[in-house]
Design a binder for this molecule. Sequence first.
Ligand code: PLP
Length: 382
Amino acid sequence: MVNQKLIDFIRDTYASSDFIPLHAPSFVGNEKGYLAQTIDSTFVSSVGKFVDEFEQKVKFYTGAGWAVATVNGTAALHTALHLAGVRAGDLVITQALTFVATCNALHHIGANPVFLDIEPIAFGLCPDKTAAWLKEYAVLDDAGSCRHKASGAAIKAVMPMHTFGHPAQLDELLAICRQWSLCLIEDAAESLGSFYKGLHTGTLGRFGVLSFNGNKVITTGGGGMLLCQEQADGAKGKHVTTTAKVAHPYEFYHDEPGFNYRMPNLNAALGCAQMERLEVILANKRKLAERYAGFFQGSEYRFVREPDYARSNYWLNTVICPDLESRNVLLESTNAQRVMTRPVWQLMHRLPMFSDALRGELTHSEWAESRLVNLPSSPTEV
Ligand SMILES: *Cc1c(COP(=O)(O)O)cnc(C)c1O
């Protein structure tokens, strides 16, 4: 039975007989020192040197043109959709297998998702099925805008997600976006440290979004980052995530509704300290993934490796069980022994608020939903 051996293996890996979480943050660097500095300086809120420094660090690391820090990843997704010109009633193509935050952002802007299938390698939005869906159900109107044939609704963007940190097939999706004049927004919330053909995820689309929630690769407590490639987008991103105030020595003039989504300096201080340790964290996560891969070798459980075109951060280690029954037994036995494992999210169209959304056929999403299990993934040596 793989289950007891797996539990022993995980306990041995973490050298722990206590509860083993799915992904725990670690604060062994300058976190406390930088937090104390923000308090001593009184600049704890949305203005302060750590916010600028954190943006610069993430911009430099990812190679993005512009980086705008936000209160969380959902807020950054909402901002990206707004800047992409997505408005109430528009359609946005995304994957049925994702974390609910992707679709919550669509809800907040008033857009409707179109749920398409994933490919079975990286679990990202499937380019072939996206192209096929557009060919059948969409048309370019006289102005060159993409419209849903049946309803006439504008289709504005394609929003793939880099599932568990594995980069989606971006070249193919970018080509589709060019052909249909759609904006590519990468939900890179899970993929800080993941590279697609040498480029950091979130920097190939016009917009990319990172999350620094407590369970992600590094954390700011709560936080997100909007990555933009064009200067105009970066400037607008900063403008709307604050109060949209027009610069003036003393007058208050705001030229559009602002979101007030800026990340506080307190959170950015944590982020700066975490960024200093990102490479070590990534190296240790990679070692852990190698260990899991070795463990599952030769069994009927397939450990998910990075796709051959990418370098993944291995945010959440994942195993594909032979079937639903073995998946359930694995989930039961590990959690009963306080080793935390999780199934993948229920598909978005099964949730009450998204049950009416348009969708394509979802063979691979359903296959993944019934077989994938996430394993404890905190970096072991930190
Ligand atoms: C974590 C996450 C987000 C953003 O989450 P926040 O908690 O708002 O920072 C968005 N999309 C996906 C796929 C995520 O995993």
